[in-house]
Design a protein around this ligand. Structure first.
Ligand SMILES: Nc1ncnc2c1ncn2[C@@H]1O[C@H](COP(=O)(O)OP(=O)(O)OP(=O)(O)O)[C@@H](O)[C@H]1O
Ligand SMILES: [Mg+2]
Ligand SMILES: [Zn+2]
Length: 288
């Protein structure tokens, strides 16, 4: 693949329907329809694009990137939702300062709207107490994620971002298999094992015929408040090499930003919009 491609061109190429890719997608669709667990959207949901935010490892900032990307898109006038698929470690409601219980009708539940208009559904909006731990087994957890699709009335959504739990377990498998996901963004941090961790996530997506739109690196550097120097807190990044080897686009590099952590803790993440995600947003906007 040519190296001078823009991320948008790369994404377009990943998504281009070569006859082979088209056949695979049709096979997948057929398989899904035959699957007894195939999950239909709620009739009150009209979602144009469903994008998963994943990582091979915990704590790299998936939920933060999900939120910042949602904020970016909503600020540009798109209708955006976040499906919090992290059932045992939900963090989206707290970041946005939204609380349950959700309301609904016999047709389903309504997502809760954050101050900037991002629609949110999360297990934490369903539980009686936000401190209640979810101690369910895998299949029950997977079932809850499917219910966020079948039983939630999302309304009109341009981009539904799915905040995944870390790793390559049950939930990503369920999302890839049972939901009409259009592509994923992989989030990672600068560290030695980045190649292995990212490769695992890419391989899983490939196995499930889900296009990888690109990689976002989080915690890339810290800007010194005094002189503006970029301090590589977690060492040198290898993201460009890894992305090149895996033929993926780098969609952004986010600094460690103390203000972000503060806003997230205060439930005011809707105040944060990172220009560093401009590329990621433009790749999503290029999706037809
Ligand atoms: N760029 C950043 N600057 C400052 N703090 C950040 C940044 N990204 C994430 N954080 C903070 O780091 C913590 C972990 O981030 P986050 O919850 O987004 O990670 P995650 O990958 O979703 O974790 P998990 O694997 O548990 O779901 C949070 O407290 C968040 O506020
Ligand atoms: Mg998370
Ligand atoms: Zn300095």
């Amino acid at each position: 693949m040519a190296d001078n491609m823009t991320p948008e061109e790369r994404a377009a190429r990943v998504l281009a329907k070569s006859p082979e890719a088209q056949k695979k997608q049709e096979e997948k669709k057929k398989k899904q329809e035959e699957d007894p667990f195939y999950t239909e959207a709620n009739p009150h949901s009209h979602v144009k694009h469903m994008i998963g935010i994943v990582s091979g490892k915990g704590g790299v900032g998936k939920s933060s990137v999900t939120a910042m990307l949602a904020n970016y898109l909503v600020a540009e006038g798109f209708k955006v939702g976040i499906l919090d698929a992290d059932i045992t470690g939900p963090s989206i409601p707290k970041m946005y300062g939204v609380h349950g219980p959700t309301t609904g009708t016999e047709d389903g539940a309504y997502p809760v709207e954050a101050e900037n208009g991002v629609k949110i559904m999360s297990i934490n909006l369903m539980l009686d107490s936000e401190e209640e731990p979810v101690v369910w087994r895998g299949p029950v957890i997977a079932g809850a994620v499917k219910q966020f699709w079948t039983d939630v009335m999302w309304g009109d959504i341009d981009y539904l971002l799915v905040d995944m739990p870390p790793g390559t377990g049950d939930v990503p498998l369920t999302v890839y298999q049972s939901l009409p996901i259009n592509g994923i963004v992989i989030v990672t941090s600068p560290q030695d094992l980045v190649r292995m961790i990212v490769t695992k996530a890419v391989n899983m997506a490939n196995m499930m015929h889900v296009p990888v739109l690109g990689i976002v690196e989080n915690y890339s550097y810290l800007k010194c408040p005094d002189c503006g120097k970029e301090i590589k807190v977690f060492g040198e990044s290898h993201i460009e090499e890894v992305a090149k080897d895996l033929q993926l686009a780098v969609l952004g590099k986010l600094p460690l930003n103390p203000e972000f952590a503060e806003k997230a803790d205060a439930g005011r993440v809707f105040d944060m919009k990172s220009e560093d995600l401009q590329r990621a947003a433009s790749v999503l906007k290029a999706l037809k």
